[in-house]
Design a protein around this ligand. Structure first.
Ligand code: SF4
Length: 350
């Protein structure tokens, strides 16, 4: 099988025209790779444009206010990606005079950049002969060659990396890597792969053995954690209180309404909220206006159950302090907030 020729022919006829494929600028490619980790192309593209617009160069990103970076990232989730992106930009500014490093090991040493991203940037921007191995590549290669080594084991990672590097077209590594990922994303898809129109049809072990659904093989099932959030929306006619999340946890650096987290269930009744309110204000000065149903929000390894309590008070000025910021409702969009809260507010306003 002339693997590279078959793959490149398919790519020539079928690839999507994406803006970061029209450039060899390592900064633009890096940005697209980080945005597209755990994010679909359709969802990620507006963010790529937004970032390129706000921070056209690595120096612009390095010098930006972190709050602004997180605000623009709002909705993409995995906020550590945005923080790492900026930390890496600052290291390029400080250690490489703002010029993106060209060596694989230097690229890989940047914060948040692993084997996959380093191979993608290195091959596409600088023609470095390193094969990418992402979820698309694991799936495609495991099916085509019938490999049942677990992809979440170190042995699996090693095996697939060796195979992908053996297959890599060293004359055009960047194009080849893009073709591998595109083929996995568009043809050898997780569900309903297009086998009847696949150029590898005659060679595919999984297809011949009617076992496509068994690939790629994973050893561990990911555990999911349930969390229960009650948000307190302290508001008067015009303002509301918010706080910045500083702990090393989901949404670090983003803003939220004051939060009570519980171990097992959301607070069901106003009476159960009252003891917590004492931390903020005199109970006599608080009036429950309404509360929401429980809103479910799914993250990759966590399921959040959130409830919003609208509490009217004339004491906002008094309870705002260093941790709690009093902001006008009209300005709330200036603060990067988790998607869970943004969506709730949108549905509430409609
Ligand atoms: S035949 Fe189907 S499963 Fe096999 S490589 Fe092609 S698309 Fe993937």
């Amino acid at each position: 099988m002339d693997f590279s020729r078959i793959l490149m022919n398919w790519y020539r006829d079928n690839h999507r025209d994406l803006p970061w494929r029209r450039t060899r600028n390592p900064y633009s490619i890096w940005l697209s790779e980080v945005i597209l980790q755990q994010t679909r192309v359709e969802q990620g593209m507006p963010y790529w444009y937004k970032f390129m617009d706000a921070f056209p160069s690595v120096i612009d990103l390095a010098n930006a206010d972190e709050k602004e970076v997180l605000r623009l990232w709002q909705g993409l989730g995995y906020y550590s990606r945005a923080r790492n992106l900026q930390a890496a930009a600052q290291s390029i500014r400080d250690n490489y005079q703002g010029v993106f490093p060209k060596e694989y090991e230097q690229i890989k040493a940047l914060k948040g950049v692993g084997d996959y991203t380093a191979a993608a940037i290195g091959s596409i921007a600088f023609n470095l002969p390193h094969a990418v191995v992402d979820g698309n590549v694991y799936r495609f290669l495991s099916r085509l060659f019938g490999i049942d080594t677990a992809i979440d084991s170190s042995q699996g990672k090693k095996e697939f990396t060796i195979l992908a590097n053996e297959l890599l077209d060293k004359n055009q590594p960047g194009l080849f890597n893009q073709a591998m990922m595109e083929f996995g994303a568009m043809n050898c898809k997780p569900a309903n792969p297009i086998c009847n129109n696949c150029p590898f049809l005659d060679y595919c072990v999984a297809l011949k053995s009617k076992s496509i659904q068994n690939y790629p093989y994973k050893a561990k099932k990911t555990k999911t954690r349930n969390r229960f959030f009650d948000f307190l929306i302290f508001t008067d006619e015009t303002h509301v209180l918010i706080e910045r999340r500083s702990d090393k946890d989901i949404w670090q650096g983003l803003y939220q309404f004051p939060l009570i987290e519980s171990d097992s269930m959301n607070k069901a009744e106003w009476d159960l909220i009252i003891p917590d309110l004492g931390n903020y204000l005199e109970i006599d000065n608080a009036q429950l206006v309404k509360n929401s149903h429980v809103v479910k929000h799914i993250l990759s390894h966590q399921v959040l159950y959130a409830k919003f309590w609208w509490i009217k008070t004339d004491d906002l000025l008094q309870i705002s302090n260093n941790a709690l910021i009093r902001v006008p409702w009209q300005k709330i969009d200036d603060f990067g907030m988790p998607q869970l809260i943004v969506k709730y507010l949108e549905s509430h306003n409609n």
